[in-house]
Design a protein around this ligand. Sequence first.
Ligand code: HEM
Length: 524
Amino acid sequence: METTIDSWWALFLIAAKCGASSPLNLLHSLSLLLLLLCLPTLLLHWAHPGGPAWGKRTHCSPPIPGPRGLPLIGSMGLMVGLAHRKLAHAANTLRTRRLMAFSLGDTRVIVTSHPDVAREVLNRSAFADRPIKETAYGLMFHRAIGFAPSGAYWRTLRSIAATHLFSPRQISGSEAWRLEIAADMVTALGRGGFRVREVLKRASLNNIMGSVFGKKYELFAEDKEAREVQGLVEEGYELLGKLNWSDHLPFLAGLDLQGIRFRCSQLVPRVNRFVNRIIDEHRNRTGEKKTGDFVDVLLSLQGHDKLSDGDMVAVLWEMIFRGTDTVAVLIEWVLARIILHPRVQMKVQAELDLAVGRSRSVAESDVARLPYTRALIKETLRMHPPGPLLSWARLAISDTWVDGWHVPKGTTAMVNMWAIARDPHVWVRPEEFEPERFLSEGGGDVDFSIFGSDLRLAPFGSGRRSCPGKALAMATVGFWVATLLHEYTWRSSDEAPVDLTEVLRLSCEMASPLTVTVCPRRGL
Ligand code: HEM
């Protein structure tokens, strides 16, 4: 303490000696002196491979290679815009595809674009947590599965969701919802005049509201409640997808320069009101009116599993939030690809004609007999993974080693799945759209799981924190894609040809929403 006071006095005296006559001058001189004193340290930190955040810690192990970026802020620029492409470019240029270090302000980050190293990151218990993100906390996700620290609470939530929402029995139990929504979509699209994305987002929202809340909205009736929840999800997406400077530059934390904290504080009471209203409706229902949806399940939990109302709101909100966008984003990419590749569209439809026939609509059980359609979805996930950096990063909860490099506790770890899926060392002709790569010579499936066991393509992540909604997502996407292609032939609209430009928010979407014309195939 004395030393600090002594140093301040020393600074003060030097400043006074330097001719600071008035208090204002004195303040200026002091700031200048402080800057001069800090400059060598700043430069020293910055000169370290990986940039300032890596330079700040003392260690003796060899440094992980990576870009320095700028003093103080490091490589923040890499995370602005299409981060997956920028990171891939940096890793290729610096030859650090296996492992690259960089700094986001004070945050130490590693990123891998290699399947073997990705496996180490995603499957090791040392990376079982998520890095702290102010918006995730602000929006209550630390009380839900996605951002809860790994431990008893997180395990309980995952096991409740696995048993009551994502089990094969629950997924097939909600087939009737998906069927009804698919029929609504077919009708809506046939009428024309909609952007596909609007139809898909509303359909995904209805789907998740059905299985989680037991609520059915009309696909295109003006429904106040449906509009309200859609608005909440969109605002949440916008906030969680933003790069928040104060997550990485602690000296900005008090300022909320981007207004993110303020917007979260406005959103959360609206979410609480909305979800609590539905919970109350469920509580007040008696006997036969219960539908056995996820809210009923959460309300029936007893003992250790019982959740407080606040936790329940967070869990339910997360399900709406995660379940709505990803599925719609993926289907839009699938449709864009079949329009761009008429050959692929014709092959899917030939398969549908053979397996289903034009006399009836597709049933969910048909999808098991549609290997080419499933290959189309896998190929779309390869070229357009909705989470190219696997959506949410991981955090090293202890000092550990990755690919032979020492990674200190507190480091954020990312996997660039987009870069892996386009790597010519991993995939033959990676820039070509070829669903056939997932088929055997005889036309059946090749044995390739996209659920996390093969890191050459793991769009749902891998390991303990991999996506718990993956089976539900694939059941929905498979069935809806098959239905949409069975009912209609798809072409781009004359005014707007398909444009594959991406925009990365929380998911990686088409920057120009797809506009289409459809032509009925089954004589509707
Ligand atoms: C095409 C659709 C989807 C994709 C591509 C996707 C992708 C992902 C990815 C990459 C992760 C991070 C995995 C990791 O860290 O290893 C994740 C986590 C998660 N996803 Fe999905 N997801 C999809 C659909 C869904 C659906 C439909 C739900 C729920 C209704 C859901 C709920 C979650 C949750 C709760 C987590 C956090 C898991 C945890 O931290 O333990 N996802 N998802």
